[in-house]
Design a protein around this ligand. Structure first.
Ligand code: GLU
Length: 309
């Protein structure tokens, strides 16, 4: 079913767009710096298959940190919660996503949660498979299944751009390896992690994955449980406590839905039992969230009483 463009959403997008001049496109991954800071688009996917949108929802964006929710789901399926949470914690940090500070003061050196880079690298390390290719294919198939879109792939340009410049993430990996939290070749893990972050899709697919997570892991159109209910619950909880970087507390108070953002300007929302949301707005605020995307979600939450609290 094609996505219907919505006048109501269009008005909210125009209003939220006024904030894009106050944000900046991420450029520490050089290829992301090419994005147009004025872009803003949204898609909302309902359980009955209806979809409404505003803006250029066909545009493909890389998932970046949004992929951390899905790699966590796959690692939990692969290894089970006991094994995963032996290596990565469940607590928010209040630090920036790429901070190394807490790792050094924790004993043992276990990353605080799977939504910060250190934790996400440990999670990606735990995805099963005999090679990077096999592990990446498994992650990709899982994502395609949730999005119901077999055409989803990744941006080689963005993956390469991050691989060539990811000194801080390499530093995190070496630290984790020194402390035996991971035991994999660092270049190999960086190859997998940068491809994972460069997985590319449009807002419709993003909204559909949000919908499946919000429906407790059930694909509402096929009735199939693509994600075990318990894993969907864990993902939603991390999205609430750590999904919006060190703005997660404020986001929970002002908007109140499970959501995950990425430095490409994407936000995936999972409104429990109601709908999935995919947003793209590459101009970021100082904490790394889409500045206009947050404003848009704030208006949506107020207008449609979305807060779960
Ligand atoms: N690939 C990015 C990194 O590791 C993801 C960061 C993000 O979206 O927060 O730096």
């Amino acid at each position: 079913m094609p996505c219907q463009s919505s006048e109501e959403l269009k008005e909210l997008v125009e209003e939220a767009k006024k904030h894009t001049p106050n944000g900046r496109v991420a450029s520490y991954i050089p290829a992301l710096g090419k994005a147009n800071p004025n872009d803003l688009s949204i898609a909302i996917y309902y359980p009955d298959g209806r979809c409404i949108s505003a803006g250029n929802v066909e545009q493909e964006i890389t998932l970046q940190s949004i992929s951390k929710v899905i790699s966590l789901a796959l690692a939990l399926k692969d290894r089970g919660p006991d094994c995963v949470f032996k290596r990565v914690g469940m607590e928010p940090t209040g630090d920036p996503f790429n901070s190394i500070a807490k790792l050094e003061t924790m004993a043992p050196a276990k990353p605080l949660n799977p939504m910060i880079n250190a934790g996400a690298l440990v999670v990606t390390h735990m995805i099963k498979g005999d090679s990077v290719e096999e592990r990446f294919e498994r992650l990709l198939s899982f994502i395609r299944e949730m999005a119901n879109d077999p055409s989803i792939g990744y941006s080689e340009e963005v993956a390469r751009s991050e691989f060539e410049t990811a000194n801080l993430n390499r530093a995190l990996c070496y630290f984790l390896k020194e402390h035996r939290v991971i035991n994999e070749n660092v270049e190999q893990l960086m190859d997998l992690y940068t491809k994972q972050c460069a997985i590319e899709m449009n807002c419709l697919a993003l909204a559909r994955i949000g919908l499946v997570i919000g429906m407790d892991g059930v694909d509402p159109q096929t009735g199939e449980q693509v994600l075990p209910k318990d894993i969907a619950r864990i993902c939603k909880t991390f999205m609430v406590t750590c999904g919006m970087y060190n703005a997660s507390g404020e986001f929970a108070i002002k908007i109140g839905i499970p959501a995950k953002s990425g430095v490409s300007g994407g936000i995936m929302g999972a409104v429990p039992g109601r709908f999935g949301i995919g947003i793209f707005g590459p101009a970021l605020d100082e904490r790394g969230n889409s500045i206009a995307g947050i404003k848009l979600l704030e208006m949506l939450s107020n207008n449609y009483k979305l807060s779960m609290f």
